[in-house]
Every structure is written in C-alpha cells, then in structure tokens.
Design a protein around this ligand. Structure first.
Ligand code: MEV
Length: 443
C-alpha cells in the first residue's frame, strides 16, 4: 500500500488527520481522539498556533517550568524554562539559590554584531573586482535604505560590507561579507532582505560596469543568507566567591571540591568527548530559556557549537579557576537573540515569559540565557564531582518511571517516600510497585 499523497497541504485540517489516521494506525479512531485531545478549546488560540507552521494537526506539549531566585547583576529574576528533561529546572533553581547567597551572577554583553553573506562566483581579474566593489559600496548601502530606515531609527542597521576573496578555497568564490546591528530583534529577516538587495544591486551594477569584460559582467550569485555563526555577538557570565564559602551540601571540604571542580572543567577543555557532554549540559539551560522566550534554538545551538570549535578543536564553553583563594566559574558564548519581532509578539506564552523576565532588551536576555547555561553547568559539575549525577537524575526521573508503570497517587506517594533513602532504577521501582500492589491486593 502506498503512503504517498498528492496535494496534502491543500486538504483541510480534519481531512489531513483522517488521512494520517487511516494510513498509519490500526485503530484510526483512537489516533484521531488523541490528536484532538491536544487541541485547545479556545478556537482563536488554536488557529494562531495552527498558523505558525504548515500542515499542523495538533499541539505538541513541552512543560514550562520556572527557576526562581536568580540574582543577575544585582537584580532578581525568575527564569522560565521550556524543557522536557527532568532535573534541568531543579538543577537551575538549586544553582540559583546557591549563588544568590554568594553575590549572585555577573553578566556582561561583549558585543552584538551579526553577520550575513552574499556568496558569488566571479571568474575574472581580482583587481578589477576590488575596484568595482569600492565603486558600488555606497550604492549597496543607499540601495537598501527602504529596508534599513526603521532599524536605523532604533539604533541599528548595516555596520559594514567587505569584499572577501575566497578563491584560495574554491575557484572564483568571493563574498560580500556584511555586518549588522539589529538591536532588540534577532534580525534574520532584516539581514536576509538586505542581503538579497545587495545581490540584486551587485548583479545589476556588474552588468553595466564598462571596465568588465562580458564574462566578468556575468557575476553568479549562488546564495544570500545570514550566518548563524556569530562570534561577534557574545556574552560573558560569571560567579565567584572565596573557596571557603563553597561549603554547602557538597559532602567534601571546600578546597577539595574547588580543586575537583576546576579539574573537571580542565578535562572538558582538553578532551572533546567530555567537552561535548559538558556543553550539552550548558545547552540544557540555554535552550530551555531560548525556547521559552520564542527564540530560534537551532540557530543558537549551531552558533554555539561552532564557537566551541573556533580554535580548531571542540572545547569547553565554560572555564574555572582558583586564584588567591577565590573560586571563579565563567562562560562566554555567542547568542543572537531577539525580544521583539518573530514569535515574541505572537505566542501568548512567549509574551508571558518575557513579561516574567521584565520585558528585557535583547542584551539583557543574552545575559539571562548565558547565566542559565552557567548555572546548569555549575549544578552538573557539582553533582558529578561529589555525589555523582544519577542520585539527583533518578530522583527526578522517578515520577516518569511511576507514570510509565501506571502508578496511582497513593502508590506514587509511597514510592517517593521509599526512594528517599533507596537507589532509584527502573527495575527497583517496578519491583517496589509490584510488591506494594501484592500486599494491598485483597486475596
Ligand atoms: C545531562 O543532560 C547533562 C550532563 O550530562 C551534563 C554534564 O555531564 O556536564 C549531566
């Protein structure tokens, strides 16, 4: 039986669901019921969500949690986090509380420059192309005035355009490498629109540039697109305190904890296998806030991992040291974020999350997100170097296991009590539930 279909996108939502249910499920009615169970009763709200993407059939839930008690640059925040992994929010909240009592987090935006490129092929004299570019540079900028006007009013716009010769990498390959300031918007649409205008001007001007031969006039624009690699849009977040204050709940002397913690970070700095997992933990915090605030987590992920490999080897995004009895743990990451435009005004929960953060500027959000990443890293390394990660993880995972086993409320309460002092594993929980069911089942 063929499962291919023509004209699917033109079907009504109900028809799409019926087709999927009929094609892929042995019990189509059950599948349809489940899909519809996740629809919102508020038809207008549902329509809003339906229209974010194509071929929407229902909503896909992610829990939205909050991590309170974050002190960042002396200001208190409750940070919203949309994430499915148990223990991420709890870890953030724990780290926030720990550092709130030790001076809190300090964060600084280092720079905010975004990048976009027109990639083109020119098979001709490089000197002539350089002269041509000098000639048209002002036109490239003035020719986008209708696109940049509003952004300029908000303090942003095009910062510069360079001609870059990449022919050593690929025959005939050149770029217009442009830099932008997009203030509080992530700026993807703004940048891409400017780039497409640059490419149009580039081709039109080349076609009438008298110095070019006919072949040189035929510049081929391959593509015009922003770069998600933003090493010029970075933020630093930091915590520090006297080593003696690292005394709480680690189960080991503060000096030993600090030394082990710093060594754990050094391992991530030199060993890519560890660095990837170390950074994954950081992304647990970063992505959760990026998603909750309606930002593009794929762009953030791609840019951050490229940054982690910028010196030729994938390495840790965070660093730690002890100097003169002071423990310092910090992170530096590129983050292209927006607090206006995109989903920020459309998605009601994104709006709510931004409001919870005090409607931050993009710069402030960069600081909050970097702090969420650092907090997550601190919590992970603190567990890893002391109790081990599984104790906390499995405690948080206990509820998932109980739900998988269909435990009722009474059973959940009994299990939570029992596993306060016993090691959680899937098998141990299954055995425990089986045992209490046997003792409570009437003979
Ligand atoms: C799990 O989601 C994240 C950790 O593996 C991070 C780390 O190892 O640093 C705990």
């Amino acid at each position: 039986m063929s499962k291919a279909i023509a004209g699917f996108s033109k079907l009504a939502k109900e028809q799409k669901i019926e087709w999927i249910a009929g094609e892929y499920f042995s019990n189509p009615a059950e599948a349809i019921e489940l899909i519809k169970k996740y629809w919102n009763d508020d038809a207008a709200l549902q329509k809003l969500h339906d229209e974010f993407i194509e071929n929407t059939i229902t909503n896909f839930y992610l829990p939205l949690g909050v991590a309170p008690n974050f002190s960042i640059n002396g200001r208190d925040y409750t940070i919203p986090m949309a994430v499915e992994e148990s223990s991420v929010v709890a870890a953030a909240a724990k780290a926030a509380k720990f550092w709130a009592r030790r001076g809190g987090f300090k964060a600084t935006v280092i720079n905010t420059e975004k990048i976009g490129q027109v990639h083109f092929i020119y098979k001709g004299d490089t000197g002539k192309l350089t002269a041509f570019f000098k000639n048209i540079k002002d036109k490239l900028i003035s020719g986008t005035h209708d696109l940049t006007r509003n952004m300029e009013k908000r303090g942003g716009g095009i910062l510069d355009i360079e001609l870059r010769d990449k022919t050593a990498l690929l025959p005939g390959y050149f770029q217009l490498h442009a830099t932008f300031e997009t203030v509080d918007s992530m700026g993807a649409n703004f940048i891409n629109s400017c780039l497409e205008r640059f490419s149009k001007i580039l081709k039109e001007e080349a076609a009438k540039y008298a110095v070019f031969t006919d072949e040189e006039k035929e510049i081929q624009v391959v593509m015009s697109i922003l770069s998600n690699y933003v090493p010029g849009c970075t933020v630093r977040a930091e915590v520090s305190c006297p080593v003696a204050q690292l005394d709480e709940g680690n189960g080991m002397p503060p000096e030993e904890f600090a030394q082990k913690f710093v060594t754990a970070v050094q391992i991530a700095e030199v060993e890519p296998y560890r660095a990837v997992t170390h950074n994954k933990g950081i992304m647990n915090g970063i992505d959760a806030v990026v998603v909750a605030t309606g930002n593009d987590f794929r762009a953030v992920e791609a840019g951050i991992h490229a940054y982690a490999a910028k010196d030729g080897q994938y390495t840790s995004l965070s660093h730690a040291k002890v100097e003169n009895g002071i423990f310092t743990h910090w992170i530096e990451v590129p983050l292209a974020l927006g607090t206006v435009g995109g989903l920020t005004t459309l998605h009601p929960l994104v709006k709510l999350c931004l409001q919870m953060l005090g409607n931050p500027s993009a710069k402030e959000l960069m600081q909050i997100v970097a702090v969420a990443g650092l907090a997550q890293n601190f919590a992970a390394l603190r567990s890893l170097t002391t109790t081990g990660i599984q104790q906390g993880h499995m405690k948080m995972h206990l509820m998932n296991i109980l739900n998988q086993l269909g435990a009722n409320e009474g059973e959940k309460q009994q299990a939570a009590k029992y596993f306060e002092t016993n090691t959680v594993s899937h098998a141990a929980v299954a055995d425990y539930i089986k045992a209490i069911r046997q003792t409570t089942t009437p003979a």
